[in-house]
Design a protein around this ligand. Structure first.
Ligand code: ADP
Ligand code: MG
Length: 566
C-alpha cells in the first residue's frame, strides 16, 4: 500500500468540496469515508441510494497523488459522471468494452501523462490482461468498487466479473480500496469484504433511516381493487388520514412518481390507466427498445412525464431528487429491494409517500415461486442427457429436452456455468466438456440460496402484514435500532380513520423457543443464529434485531413460537 503522507487539512477537503463541486457541506458518511481513504485505509461505505457515494471518490481523487480507478457495472451511469466531471474540468478517462484497442490505449495515455486523474472502467475489462498490464505502469492510489454488492452471488445483481477485482487490485500493487454499496445486510457486507480481499476496512454506515418517507401499505382483496386504489391515490385522495398528514399525502401524489410493477405487461397496462386518468405517463421495462427507454427516462427526468410505470429495470442511477411518490403494485421480493426502490422518492429530503398495494393472494403466488425451483439430481441428470444429445442448444430446445420451466432452467444453466460445464452465448448454451457427472455437482449452495430467498420474502411478508411502526420494522431488518415509540410517518402510527389501530409490544427477547418443537431452518436466517435443542424444544438465539423481527413475525403469523419472556 502506498503511504499517502499526512491527512490533508480540513481546509483542503472543504476547498475541494466548494471549488470543484460547488457544494456547501458534506452529507453524512462522506467526510469520514474520504478521510479514511486519504489515510490509507480500505473503506466499505454502506450508504443509501442518493446519499452521494460518488462524491467520496471524486473528492478523494483530487487529493491523492496517483490515479483513482472506478469500477462500475453501469455504462450509462459512468457516462453521466464522466460528462459532468469533464464539465468541471476534471480530467477523466473512460474505458469500456465497447472501445477499440486503439481508443483504449489513448485513454490510458491520458492517465499516464497526468491529463486524467480518474479512470472509469467496467469490470469485464479486467479479463483483458493487456489492459491490466497497461495500467501497471501508472501509480494507482485508489481502487473504487461501486455497486460492490455485485460481487455477492446472493442477490440478483451478481456480476461474475466482479470476482476478478481482488486479483486486479493485487496486480496494481494493492492500492487503497473503497467499496460502495447501498445494500446493508450484514452477510452481504461480509461477503464484499472477503471477496474483494479488503484489509481491515473501516466500515462507514450511515443511518438507513429516511425520515421524510411516509410508509404505507394498502391491502386489497379482489383482483380489480388495485386499479381502484391506484386511481384513488393518484386522482384525489379518498384516504381519510388525519389532518396532520392528509394534505401532505395528497400533495405528494400531485408530484412526480414511479409505479413499480412485477411484470412488463403490468407496467404497460398501468401507464395506459394513468393516461386514461389524464396523467402524463409512460412505461419503462427492460424489453422496451433502448431508444424508447432513453426517451422515457429523459422525459421523466425533465418533468415532461409526471409518472412512470416501470419494472425493477428502472431506477438504478436514476437521480431525480424530487420524486414525490413511489407506489408498488406488487410486493417486492425482499425488504432490501423494497427500500431501495421506495428510497428513490424524496431524495431532496422533502416529504414523500411510499405505498405498497398488497393483495394477500399475490404474495401466496410469490412465495410459491420463491419456494419452488429447487433443482434435483434427477433434473441434473436430465440436463446432462439433453445437452449431450445436442451440444449447442437454445433455452427453448433445452427446456423441451429436459422438461423444466424457465426459472429452473436458468438456475440449472447457472450452476453448470459455475462448474465450467457449459458456456452461454447469445441465448445458446454449449457444452464445454465431453461429459460430466451430475453427482459431482454440489447442490448445497442451491438449497442455501433457495432458503435465503424464501426467508427474504418472509421478511417482506412481515413488513406488509406488520401492525407496528413500519419504519422500525425496516430499520430493525437492517440491524439498526429505532428508539422512538413510533415514527408518525407510517400508516400504522397515523392510521386512517375507519382502520383499526393495533398496538403490539415491541419484541425484545434475546431468545425464542419453539413451543411445538418444530424446527425452522436456521440457515435461512444466515449467521448470528445459535441453536440448541433440549427435549422437544428448540431454542434459537437471535443476535441481531433483524432476526428478532423475523421471529416476532413468526410468533404473530404462525403461533409457531412462544416468547420466553412472556
Ligand atoms: P449514490 O451513488 O449514493 O446513490 P450519487 O453519488 O449519485 O448517490 O449522488 C446523488 C446526488 O447527490 C448527486 O446529484 C450529487 O451531486 C448529490 N450530492 C452528493 N453529495 C452532496 C453534498 N455533499 N451536498 C449536496 N449534494 C450532494
Ligand atoms: Mg452510485
Amino acid at each position: 500500500m502506498a503511504a499517502h503522507g499526512a491527512q490533508p487539512a480540513a481546509a483542503d477537503l472543504g476547498h475541494v468540496l466548494h471549488e470543484s463541486f460547488g457544494l456547501e457541506s458534506f452529507r453524512p458518511g462522506q467526510e469520514r469515508s474520504i478521510r479514511a481513504v486519504l489515510n490509507g485505509r480500505d473503506v466499505l461505505a454502506v450508504l443509501p441510494t442518493g446519499a452521494g457515494k460518488s462524491l467520496v471518490y471524486q473528492a478523494a481523487a483530487q487529493l491523492l497523488p496517483g490515479i483513482t480507478i472506478v469500477v462500475s457495472p453501469l455504462l450509462a451511469l459512468m457516462k453521466d459522471q464522466v460528462e459532468s466531471l469533464e464539465q468541471r474540468d476534471v480530467g477523466v478517462s473512460f474505458v469500456n468494452s465497447m472501445l477499440s484497442a486503439g481508443d483504449a490505449a489513448d485513454e490510458l495515455d491520458k492517465l499516464r501523462s497526468g491529463r486524467a486523474r480518474l479512470l472509469y472502467v467496467t469490470p469485464d475489462r479486467f479479463e483483458n490482461e493487456e489492459f491490466v498490464a497497461g495500467l501497471s505502469g501508472t501509480e494507482v492510489s485508489l481502487f473504487v468498487v461501486d455497486e460492490a454488492h455485485c460481487v455477492s452471488d446472493w442477490g440478483h445483481s451478481f456480476r461474475p466479473s466482479y470476482l476478478l477485482l481482488a486479483g486486479a487490485a493485487a496486480c496494481l500493487k494493492h492500492p487503497v480500496m473503497l467499496a460502495l454499496t447501498a445494500t446493508a445486510t450484514p452477510w452481504i457486507r461480509r461477503e464484499i469484504v472477503e471477496r474483494l480481499a479488503m484489509r481491515d476496512p473501516e466500515i462507514v454506515v450511515r443511518d438507513t433511516d429516511r425520515p421524510n418517507l411516509f410508509l404505507e401499505v394498502r391491502r386489497v382483496e379482489a383482483e380489480t381493487d388495485d386499479r381502484r386504489v391506484l386511481q384513488e391515490l393518484l386522482t384525489g385522495d379518498a384516504d381519510s388520514y388525519p389532518d396532520e398528514v392528509a394534505p401532505r399525502l395528497a400533495r405528494a401524489m400531485q408530484g412526480s412518481g414511479i409505479v413499480y410493477t412485477a411484470t412488463t405487461k403490468a407496467a404497460r397496462e398501468t401507464a395506459e390507466w394513468l393516461r386514461g386518468w389524464g396523467i402524463a405517463a409512460d412505461y419503462y421495462h427492460g424489453q422496451r427498445k433502448k431508444a424508447d427507454r432513453v426517451r422515457v427516462q429523459e422525459a421523466f427526468m425533465d418533468g415532461e412525464l409526471r409518472v412512470i410505470a416501470a419494472t425493477n429495470a428502472f431506477g438504478l442511477g436514476v437521480d431525480k431528487p424530487d420524486v414525490r411518490f413511489v407506489v408498488h403494485r406488487d410486493v417486492p421480493a425482499s425488504v432490501e429491494v423494497y427500500y431501495q426502490e421506495a428510497g428513490r422518492a424524496g431524495r431532496d429530503g422533502e416529504f414523500a409517500r411510499c405505498t405498497i398495494i398488497y393483495r394477500p393472494a399475490d404474495l401466496g403466488r410469490a412465495a410459491f415461486l420463491a419456494g419452488r425451483g429447487e433443482l434435483t439430481r434427477d433434473e441434473l441428470e436430465r440436463g446432462r442427457a439433453g445437452l449431450l444429445k445436442q451440444r449447442e442448444v437454445t433455452y427453448r430446445e433445452l427446456a423441451a429436452a429436459i422438461g423444466l420451466d424457465k426459472a429452473d432452467l436458468v438456475r440449472l444453466v447457472a450452476i453448470l456455468k459455475q462448474h465450467k460445464i457449459v458456456q452461454e452465448r447469445r441465448g445458446r448454451v454449449r457444452l464445454r466438456v465431453d461429459d460430466f457427472d451430475p453427482d459431482a455437482i454440489s447442490l448445497d449452495k442451491e438449497q442455501y440460496r433457495r432458503a435465503y430467498e424464501q426467508s427474504r420474502l418472509e421478511m417482506m411478508h412481515g413488513y406488509v402484514e406488520s401492525v407496528g411502526c413500519r419504519r422500525r420494522y425496516i430499520l430493525n431488518y437492517f440491524g439498526e435500532e429505532f428508539e422512538p415509540e413510533q415514527c408518525d410517518m407510517c400508516d400504522n402510527d397515523v392510521p386512517r380513520s375507519g382502520t383499526q389501530r393495533v398496538v403490539v409490544a415491541e419484541p425484545e427477547p434475546s431468545s425464542i423457543q419453539f413451543a411445538s418443537g418444530e424446527r425452522v431452518t436456521h440457515e435461512a436466517w444466515g449467521e448470528g443464529v445459535v441453536e440448541s435443542a433440549t427435549g422437544p424444544d428448540v431454542t434459537v438465539l437471535f443476535e441481531t434485531t433483524g432476526y428478532k423481527t423475523l421471529a416476532a413475525g413468526l410468533v404473530a403469523e404462525h403461533g409457531l413460537l412462544r416468547r420466553l419472556d412472556e
